[in-house]
Design a binder for this molecule. Structure first.
Ligand code: SDX
Length: 430
């Protein structure tokens, strides 16, 4: 029988405290500590290793079994049969769309892919070599200045309009940050393409030639977007929720999420993984880097390995490895040295005691960089693509929070370790 309450007893004879235990539909039970503050205690959990920050019905992860469900559907089934906008609809609305619902949803997204023309000026304020994530943080945040009529986070209709604008325009902003970086003219979205085709078009088409996306690559990119669409309360999603809890507009909140995702321990790991593989260079050097990864005095970590939640293979990594094969074969790159190196590194690491004991497995970022590099996407754009995919999950989580009548502003407390009260001595007497 599952417990329904827990009693905290103190070893100084203080009154015990009784707290409810709550169960979700799946996963770990939680101790409801909301009343603890009033009874004179806070909990302490830097990094939120054992803390549920909210209740959510969107994504479920079982780290031990390596399971990932979006609204109950296993990621493997969605990656195989759905497309990204179908998954975005599912994450936001809770159910997969009917044919009519999908065509209306896709049609609305298509009609919002262009940016306000004046927004193109924002790009020109950046140095040409600005990292695309720096540009995305800036330009997505600037959407609040252009789309003020959909910036009231407490108005459900404005939330819907902002959701469509973000889903539709973030790919344009991402592609244009690349075009600006390489000095090519911006390519406008083309409504004849689907979501992934349109992104490839905006990335690689030029005014000088007609461009037709390779359908295998477009499908692979669409699958990559599905795999990255949402992942429960990860660092960037938690950032979006905390920013949104104050009632800030969605554009500002998503810009905050992009900033958090940029970190090499989070969404920046795909770019860092590829740099690491290029640094290793040859299978003969794998042992040297594995040794460094295990050395506590060395800050080096094996990029693309390990996860806060997964203590088994990240199910997305397995699908990503399969997508790698498909893309490399399509491009005649099955002998890609980096892919072979990655598979050798994965094999050696998975047989190493350190990684076995610490349950460190490849995560979604281990193979994604290799696929995107093979597609001609530069390292610097890997995390930008992660951000455009995760925008679907961020807006779904933000909407879930803002439509929760119980939602409150996030305001954690602390364990104070600073100075006790003291009086100031004027500077001429110090
Ligand atoms: C993503 O949260 C999400 O869901 C994120 C994400 C999503 O979709 O939103 O899945 C996307 O961010 C995937 C993770 C991408 N990051 C990387 O690949 C960077 C490399 N991995 C690590 O830095 C690390 O594994 C984290 C940050 C991902 C997880 O770190 P945790 O949960 O805080 O675990 P930890 O750092 O406390 O590690 C536990 C132990 C430590 O050793 P001890 O102190 O216990 O001796 O494992 C070791 C770590 O040193 N360890 C590693 C390692 N990852 C953890 N050692 C070597 N190489 C690694 N990659």
């Amino acid at each position: 029988m599952k417990p329904t309450k827990v009693t905290l007893t103190f070893n100084n004879g203080a009154e015990p405290i009784e707290l409810p235990v709550m169960s979700g539909n799946l996963g770990t039970d939680v101790i409801d500590i909301r009343s603890l503050g009033k009874q004179g205690y806070f909990t302490y959990d830097p990094g939120f290793m054992s803390t549920s920050s909210c209740n959510s019905a969107i994504t479920y992860i079982d780290g031990e079994e390596g399971l990932l469900y979006y609204r109950g559907y296993p990621i493997q089934q969605l990656a195989e049969t759905a497309d990204f906008l179908e998954v975005a609809y599912l994450l936001i609305n809770g159910e997969l769309p009917s044919l009519d619902q999908k065509s209306e949803f896709v049609g609305t997204v298509r009609r919002h892919t262009m940016l306000h023309d004046q927004m193109s000026n924002f790009f020109r304020g950046f140095r040409r070599d600005a990292h695309p994530m720096a540009v995305m943080v800036g330009v997505v945040g600037a959407m609040s200045a252009f789309y003020r009529e959909s910036s009231d986070a407490f108005d459900p209709l404005q939330r819907d309009v902002a959701t469509f604008r973000l889903l539709a325009k973030v790919p344009t902003i991402a592609a244009w940050s690349y075009k600006y970086n390489i000095g090519e003219p911006f390519t406008y979205p083309q409504n004849r393409f689907n979501y992934a085709e349109n992104f490839l078009h905006m990335m690689f088409a030029t005014p000088c030639d007609s461009y037709q996306p390779n359908p295998v690559l477009a499908r692979a990119l669409d699958r990559i977007l599905i795999l990255h669409a949402d992942h429960e309360q990860n660092a960037s999603t938690s950032t979006v929720r905390v920013a949104g809890s104050s009632g800030a507009n969605s554009f500002a909140c998503i810009a905050a999420g992009i900033a958090s995702l940029w970190g090499p321990l989070h969404g920046g790991a795909n770019e860092a993984t590829l740099k690491m593989l290029e640094q290793i260079g040859d299978a003969s050097r794998i042992g040297e880097f594995i040794k460094r990864a295990k050395d506590k005095s060395d800050p080096f970590r094996l990029m693309g390995f390990g996860h806060r939640v997964y203590k088994n293979m990240d199910p997305r990594a397995a699908i990503m490895r399969k997508t790698c094969h498909e893309v490399l074969n399509e491009l005649g790159l099955h002998d890609d040295p980096l892919f072979k190196l990655a598979m050798e590194l994965e094999k050696i690491a998975l047989e190493d005691d350190y990684f076995i004991q610490k349950k460190l497995y490849p995560n979604v970022d281990f193979y994604s960089g290799i696929v995107m590099r093979a597609m001609g996407i530069p390292n610097s754009m890997f995390t930008a693509i992660f951000a455009l995919a995760r925008t679907a999950g961020w807006v779904a989580q933000w909407t879930e929070m803002m439509s929760d009548p119980e939602h409150k502003i996030s305001r954690p407390r602390q364990l104070y370790t600073g100075q006790l009260r003291r009086d100031l001595v004027p500077i001429d007497k110090r």
